[in-house]
Design a protein around this ligand. Sequence first.
Ligand code: ZN
Length: 282
Amino acid sequence: MTTLADVVSVLDRAYPPETAQSWDRVGLVSGDLGAVVRRVRCAIDPTQAVIERAAADGVDLLVTHHPLLLRGVSSIAPSVSAKGRAVTSLVRSGLGLYAAHTNADAAAGGVSDALADALGLTEVEPLTQEEGHPLGRVGTLPEVVTLAALASRLARVLPAAAGGIRVSGDRKAKVRRVAVMGGAGDSGFEAARASGADVYVTADLRHHPALEDREASGGGAPFLVDAGHWATESLWLPRVKALLDEAFGSTDRPDRVETDICTLRTDPWTFTVGAEPPGGDA
Ligand SMILES: [Zn+2]
């Protein structure tokens, strides 16, 4: 029988917990290491709906990108907080939860590599280092494309998100060298400029940091693409599934583990209005 300990050891090897940022909280959140694992589901967020759906579907282990518990908690009573409800549901249903967060961002084949691959980048290297671990990637497109064409390519490879894809820059500008960072990318502006990238593809960009970056670039390269936090990280899920399938998925194994990807969308945004290009000079 495949145990939770067996699955955790494969995940820890692919996403070593010691490569997570010091503020991060990764690894096993719930579950008994001796428990038998027959079914694993991969998801971005351990929301209540994701946990309840997994429990109802007979999943033994949920592997998520975002940690459930990042800050201190003083109660896990379901009546006190959503985190308490989540923990209680996990324990009551005997569901294991494992998070690979900044360690999955840093890893070869991790979140940013998945984004780089989806764009077809070659000569991919780390964009920068944070606490001694690689963060983001920078690489080269097979050919020069316009900024608008790059954004359209992203729209094709990413799951559709209500927020769409926001771009800052001249739509006809030519781009080839691309910096990427899945998830929140405010921290990568300087590195993207220093890397000589023509465009920085990331997500969750706030007004002031984004505007200051555009000022620092004199309105030129690197242009910015905000492609959505959930969408940019979702590309990693098939990688985790494939990793586990390779380790435990062989059909002739009696202790075979089945895997799937959560079909619930945990992007908090559900619709937008007024997304027409604004009038006036830009
Ligand atoms: Zn994230």
